[in-house]
Write a protein that binds this ligand. Structure first.
Ligand code: GDP
Length: 190
């Protein structure tokens, strides 16, 4: 595992990169642990927003997961928050081997402004992304359906085409195969 503080310090990898991002506490570390099958790698934090730098996990020397700092950064000062946002934005805008961004959304909530705005920003900048609704073990299937529909409706206000969407539960091991298969599909098409 490697860490990087900003884009100019990112390792010079030319294999495809898949970035994972979402609000702090969305379940990002748990999901990355599930996908990599290496418990304790992306340390789960009891203090939300602990991850500051970008963590890299290279899989089979073929592709990488990039763990981006959670946005929102409630605990940071305004200046720190802006600095961090700049770093993340420049990574997303200029990293050449960035292949896809997975935006993590806590499935329990109604569409949140910060998530919708971030997705709009990705779309406006032509950055390819998919959505993963996390923690699906926490709500009923019907509630999950309702919340995904509400999110889809929200995105449809601005976009004609909806992104690919996944559901996951790190507690129940759900979503792993679908997400890894999708990554493999993309890698094979490159
Ligand atoms: P991060 O801040 O986005 O990296 O989130 P973490 O992975 O550290 O998870 C935040 C909290 O949510 C922790 O208490 C996790 O145990 C819990 N959590 C994460 N994923 C799931 C999930 O799929 N199901 C349930 N029930 N809890 C989860």
């Amino acid at each position: 595992m490697m860490s990087a503080n900003s884009i100019d310090k990112c390792p010079a990898i030319t294999t495809p990169e898949y970035a994972f991002i979402g609000r702090s506490n969305v379940g990002k570390s748990s999901l990355i642990n599930m996908l990599t099958g290496r418990k304790g790698l992306a340390l789960t934090s009891s203090t939300p927003g602990k991850t500051r730098v970008m963590n890299y996990f290279t899989i089979n020397n073929a592709w990488s997961i990039v763990d981006l700092p959670g946005y929102g950064f409630a605990k940071l000062s305004k200046v720190e928050r802006e600095k961090l946002k700049e770093r993340i934005d420049s990574y997303l805008l200029y990293r050449e081997n960035l292949t896809l961004v997975f935006v993590l959304i806590d499935c329990r909530h109604e569409p949140q402004k910060i998530d919708v705005e971030f997705i709009q920003w990705l779309g406006e900048n032509g950055i390819p992304f998919s959505i993963i609704f996390t923690k699906i073990d926490k709500i009923s299937n019907s509630k999950l359906k309702t919340n995904i529909q509400a999110f889809s409706n929200k995105l449809s206000e601005d976009w004609e085409e909806l992104p690919r969407m996944f559901v996951s539960s790190s507690d129940k091991g759900l979503g792993k195969e679908e997400i890894l298969n999708y990554i493999e599909e993309i890698n094979n098409s490159l």
